[in-house]
Ligand binder design. Structure first.
Ligand SMILES: CC(=O)N[C@H]1[C@@H](OP(=O)(O)OP(=O)(O)OC[C@H]2O[C@@H](n3ccc(=O)[nH]c3=O)[C@H](O)[C@@H]2O)O[C@H](CO)[C@@H](O)[C@@H]1O
Ligand SMILES: C=C(OP(=O)(O)O)C(=O)O
Length: 420
């Protein structure tokens, strides 16, 4: 996959309209692929998004002994063949994605020494690896962690009971995956409530383990049982939300198959409605239409709170909403790299006790901008669509980590935007 770094956005976009294809969720696909990679028999994962994080994770999993064929949104693993190690994963891969941490599940399941240097992902505040170390040490593995490096230095994995104290996705998912690979019952306390972790529990059951949630306590009993039934990745509520926001900012509409919409979409739907945007079920379709007609207040946090990964895009929406919208970024404390670019376009933003206040119904003009993380860059692109005149967003390659076809989909909906 070639990654072009500059995004060219023509402003003055007409009302965007489209029937949306919703790909599988990036943050669910990665732990599901890891569970599949641990199986000793061939297994297939369907609805895998065609994004760079998946390409890089598959390369890391192959490095640890689980190679796969990735074609047409379908990944078929050939069956795990772990060597005795130790594994030092290539930095050129690990530095590309936060999800690199999942590759450690393969050596961890057998107590093989392994090390990941420079784990990448978006640079957002102080993203800790402490819960990830607990996800490994909790099972009796000896671990080391400095900065963005995590290593397994010894020990033998065994079922266990421990507190992971996690509010993200990757540490809790890693713990579920390791627990499901072991013969016996593990109890993981203070686990994350993010919906992606429930997808991992469901996938662990698919692969023959027992895996249940009782609030923030997870009970997982391995080992796996062989199955050749394919497993699918649930639809990405963040991708759907992004296109619904783009349509609303231009007074347009979207539709998608309602069957794809499950509980994880609920906080996003609620947020769109709080701006006065219509989200309605019409037979087999879920439709969105209308411009934002009032300001809203949103706070991020673990499900069922609003997902941090859609807050920057919602901030772009607020620029076109009348009144002052208030955003509290409680998960990361701050995730505001897109705000200088939004201000450069003319958005009126003030910080009040750590909250972002966006004073909306403000006309914006095209500008030369710099991207940052996946969602921050996307937020700038959305705002640029509504600007008077064209914008150029440099350093926009991160978009390809999380969106299969952001520019192509927006073009199909009526925008003029392309990578170059
Ligand atoms: C690959 C993947 O799945 N990435 C998602 C995952 O990241 P991931 O699971 O890696 O979680 P984070 O990086 O957000 O947090 C990791 C841990 O550090 C803690 N923490 C985080 C930030 C901070 O400023 N201080 C702090 O202590 C968190 O509570 C968590 O326990 O979950 C996040 C929250 O849903 C999402 O935004 C990311 O898109
Ligand atoms: C922050 C994100 O991803 P990552 O954790 O992989 O950097 C994201 O998907 O918005």
């Amino acid at each position: 996959m070639s990654i072009c770094a500059t995004l060219y956005v023509q402003g003055d976009t007409p009302a965007l309209q489209g029937s949306l294809h919703i790909p599988g969720s990036k943050n669910s696909a990665m732990p599901l692929l890891t569970l599949a990679a641990l199986q000793t028999q061939p297994v297939t994962v369907k609805q895998v998004p065609n994004i760079s994080d998946i390409t890089h994770l598959l390369a890391l999993l192959a490095y640890a002994g689980s190679s796969a064929v990735n074609q047409d949104n379908q990944v078929t693993f050939k069956g795990l063949h772990l060597e005795t190690g130790p594994y030092t994963f290539p930095v050129a891969l690990s530095t590309r994605l936060r999800g690199a941490i999942y590759a450690l599940a393969l050596p961890a399941s057998r107590g093989i020494h392994a090390r990941l240097e420079s784990i990448g992902g978006d640079f957002i505040g102080s993203r800790s690896f402490t819960p990830h170390l607990r996800a490994l040490a909790g099972f009796g593995l000896h671990v080391s962690g400095e900065g963005n490096a995590v290593g397994i230095t010894g020990g033998h994995p065994r079922p266990s009971e421990f507190s992971i104290d996690d509010k993200g996705i990757t540490a809790t998912s890693l713990a579920i995956i390791v627990a499901a690979s072991l013969d016996g019952e593990s109890i993981i306390k203070d686990a994350s409530l993010e919906t992606e972790c429930d997808d991992v529990l469901a996938a662990a059951r698919h692969f023959g383990a027992q895996a249940e949630r009782d609030g923030r306590t997870l009970i997982v009993k391995g080992p796996f049982q062989p199955t050749d039934t394919p497993i699918g990745v649930p639809s990405d509520h963040l991708v759907w939300g992004t296109f619904a926001i783009a349509a609303a900012m231009t007074g347009g509409s979207t539709s998608c198959e309602a069957i794809l919409i499950d509980h994880r979409f609920a906080p996003v739907i609620e947020a769109l409605r709080s701006f006065g945007i219509s989200v309605v079920r019409d037979g087999y379709w879920l439709k969105t239409f209308g411009r934002p007609v009032r300001p809203a207040t949103l706070e991020t946090g673990m499900y069922p709170k609003f997902p941090s990964d859609l807050l920057p895009q919602m901030m772009a929406l607020a620029v076109s909403a009348p009144g002052t919208s208030v955003f509290k970024e409680s998960h990361y404390g701050s995730r505001f790299d897109h705000l200088p670019g939004m201000e450069k376009m003319g958005a009126r933003i003030s910080m009040v006790e750590g909250d972002v206040h966006i004073h909306g119904a403000t006309p914006v003009t095209g500008a030369l901008l710099e991207g940052a993380g996946i969602r921050e860059t996307t937020a700038l692109a959305l705002l640029a669509l509504t600007a008077d005149g064209p914008s150029v967003i440099r350093k926009a390659a991160s978009v390809a980590r999380g969106y299969e076809d952001l520019a192509q989909t927006l073009c199909r909906m009526g925008a003029t935007i392309h990578f170059g």
